[in-house]
Design a protein around this ligand. Structure first.
Ligand SMILES: Nc1ncnc2c1ncn2[C@@H]1O[C@H](COP(=O)(O)OP(=O)(O)OP(=O)(O)O)[C@@H](O)[C@H]1O
Ligand SMILES: [Mg+2]
Length: 220
């Protein structure tokens, strides 16, 4: 489902160059669940953004379902993402002018799906936000915003789900409920899951655990 070859990300900084990713070679099969752990600043979010086709590397290759992303322009990559990818951002990236329900609805409407209202409501209920459909992000707690972001990603029912610290703002019980939801989607729909997390309990529930250390990735 995902293959990377010698993926490198080098960015200019005031005193020269910073190598954020140093030649990542990775293969993830369809339906696998993979956790990426590692210390703050090691490159996890950067890698996730590339695997999802949101950003391009300075060099190397990324194949998503046999499509080489680095050969595509932004429009073509957006098409691939629309078909294959849903993403839960570390900072949620909810639209402040839309309610919780409208945030979940938006990508479904963009995809031209039908009967999206019932689908969006169902996923908001599954993340425990049945009473918050008409709240705006600033009227929600951090954990509630995170769950809207999760409902938005889940509702897309895409074959590839990326989640950057999906339980980072949740208490233990709510975090477990969200994790149960993630893994039931992985099992029922064969969704490929790629999670970044600092929570080793969550990481252990994945089939594979990878650790990022200063831009290099290894299996643990
Ligand atoms: N566009 C950029 N320009 C310069 N440096 C960057 C850029 N993007 C990321 N970095 C740096 O690259 C490193 C990796 O960042 P990244 O966000 O991938 O880390 P992370 O592993 O997700 O950390 P955290 O666990 O804190 O979320 C950091 O040191 C960050 O400051
Ligand atoms: Mg990060």
């Amino acid at each position: 489902m995902i293959i990377t070859r010698q993926l490198c990300q080098r960015v200019p900084v005031v005193d020269g160059q910073l190598d954020i990713l140093k030649g990542i070679n990775l293969e993830i099969k369809q339906g696998e669940s993979v956790a990426i752990v590692g210390s703050s600043g090691s490159g996890k979010t950067t890698l996730l953004g590339m695997l999802a086709g949101l950003d391009l590397p300075s060099s190397g290759e990324i194949l998503l379902d046999n499509t080489e992303l680095t050969q595509l322009d932004e429009e073509a990559r957006a098409k691939v993402r629309g078909k294959l990818v849903s993403f839960v951002f570390q900072d949620f990236q909810l639209l402040g002018s839309l309610t919780a329900l409208e945030n979940v609805l938006l990508p479904l409407e963009v995809r031209g799906q039908e009967n999206v209202e019932a689908l969006a409501e169902r996923y908001l209920e599954r993340v425990g936000l049945a009473q918050r459909h008409h709240h705006y992000p600033k009227q929600l707690s951090g954990g509630e915003q995170q769950r809207v972001a999760l409902a938005r990603a889940f509702a897309c029912e895409a074959p590839l789900l990326f989640a950057d610290e999906p339980t980072g703002n949740l208490d233990t019980a709510t975090g477990k409920k969200i994790a149960d939801l993630l893994f039931s989607m992985n099992e029922e729909a064969g969704t490929t899951l790629i999670l970044v997390t600092h929570d080793m309990e969550l990481a252990k529930r994945c089939q594979r655990q990878l650790v990022m250390e200063a831009g290099e990735l290894r299996e643990i």
